[in-house]
Design a protein around this ligand. Structure first.
Ligand SMILES: [Fe+2]
Length: 193
């Protein structure tokens, strides 16, 4: 059973207002409900495992829903945890790692913004364990675009539901506000592998 994390809105969160936050929180809670429903079916006796088929089957749909809902939970939690920061830049160790993998912090910022603009779902700064380096990756859905062996260290929700209530179609402003409200302490914790 997955328990939802009780996130609360604080004055340190400047990227989105309370109304946008509350709407988004309800959506996150829906993913928690759905992964628990799917897990219950998979662990119960109603999954129709004996009918499993890669073209069409109930079991296939459960498997599609399992990773979609669970990634929906995880990515939202990573996103809500890494907003609300008050410092514009990371500490020295994170700065050095980013500069090492992207030439400079400013180059990383430019690339992350471009990645966000290119994304229909999520922009993620992830540590790619195969190449032993950070990459900005673009996800078109919770379960579409991830590197198989990687650790997300910074997550930005680029679904329209994340910003449209407050920003309408001004996607660029939402991204800029996010860049100024990153909780770099959380990112630093995630980078202590
Ligand atoms: Fe979202």
């Amino acid at each position: 059973m997955i328990e939802k994390i009780p996130f609360t809105y604080t004055n340190d969160i400047t990227v989105i207002n309370q109304e946008q936050f509350d709407v988004h929180m309800r959506l996150y809670e829906g993913y928690v409900t759905n992964i628990n429903k799917i897990d219950a079916i998979l662990q119960g006796g109603d999954a129709q495992r004996d009918q499993s088929n890669s073209t069409f089957s109930y079991y296939r749909e459960l498997k599609r829903g399992e990773t979609y809902a669970l990634d929906g939970v995880i990515l939202h939690e990573l996103y809500f945890e890494n907003i609300g920061g008050t410092t514009p830049e990371p500490d020295r160790s994170v700065m050095d790692q980013i500069a090492n993998d992207f030439y400079s912090f400013e180059d990383w910022q430019e690339d992350f913004i471009a990645t966000a603009l290119a994304s229909r779902g999520w922009a993620v700064l992830a540590f790619d364990q195969r190449s032993n380096r950070l990459r900005n990756i673009s996800l078109d859905a919770h379960d579409l675009g991830n590197i198989a062996y990687s650790a997300p260290v910074l997550v930005l929700d680029m679904y329209e539901h994340a910003y449209f209530l407050e920003y309408a179609d001004n996607k660029a402003e939402y991204i800029n506000k996010f860049m100024a409200n990153i909780n770099w302490d959380v990112v630093a914790d995630r980078m202590r592998f």
